[in-house]
Write a protein that binds this ligand. Structure first.
Ligand code: COA
Length: 168
């Protein structure tokens, strides 16, 4: 397995993997498969090429198998923070450390951005696999947003987590 930053060439594979994630795990993500499937390919390309997002992919022989994103802040007073988003590992390669290595790669990427001090994320309450992974990577919970997402008739809370990023 290897991890590399995605660019415009990966837009189709990125789209396919994220639509699979939204479809199979509607409670884990705030975006819905319906609204994302409607976005043109240029929207996915821009996610991979705009200056404020970095998307890292985990590859194995079969192609793109895992993904994680970092969203940086445009405003001066918030530039010390970055948000980890869109974490997904394909079902057939789970529990092999791909998730852990993607988070480590995201942390390493955050570290090289000058002035960056903290990384934050949200995870749906009850998603123990993801929550445990983030805890293993040093994230701690600092809050809980009640009824953060509605999926069908059900509401789910979102746990807010953060960890410091030590400058290099
Ligand atoms: C959460 C998710 C990204 C984790 O990905 P993953 O690649 O399975 O993560 P890892 O392999 O690093 O760790 C998962 C477990 O496998 C274990 N593991 C890792 N390598 C292993 C190995 N070689 N042998 C056995 N177990 C192993 C880890 O210890 C961990 O165990 P734990 O859950 O008891 O802590 C994945 O389950 C996923 O995509 N879920 C659906 C989408 C989702 O919830 N995304 C998060 C949104 S916030």
């Amino acid at each position: 397995m290897w991890i590399e930053r995605l660019d415009a060439r990966h837009a189709l594979d990125y789209r396919e993997l994220m639509l699979e994630a939204y479809d199979l795990h509607p409670q884990a993500f705030t975006s819905s498969v319906r609204e994302r499937a409607a976005m043109p390919l240029s929207w996915w390309e821009s996610r991979l090429t705009n200056k404020l997002d970095v998307v890292l992919g985990a590859f194995e022989e079969g192609g793109l198998a895992g993904i994680v994103g970092l969203a940086f802040e445009p405003r001066e007073k918030a530039r010390h923070k970055v948000t980890l988003f869109g974490m997904y590992v394909r079902g057939n390669v789970r529990q092999r450390g791909f998730g852990y290595q993607l988070v480590q790669a995201a942390l390493a990427e955050a570290q090289v951005h000058q002035g960056l001090r903290l990384i934050k994320l949200t995870v749906t309450a009850g998603n123990d696999q993801a929550f445990n992974l983030y805890q293993r990577c040093g994230f701690v919970q600092f809050g809980l947003e009640p009824m953060a997402v509605r999926v069908g008739e059900d509401y789910f809370d979102k746990i807010h987590m953060w960890r410091e990023v030590s400058p290099l």
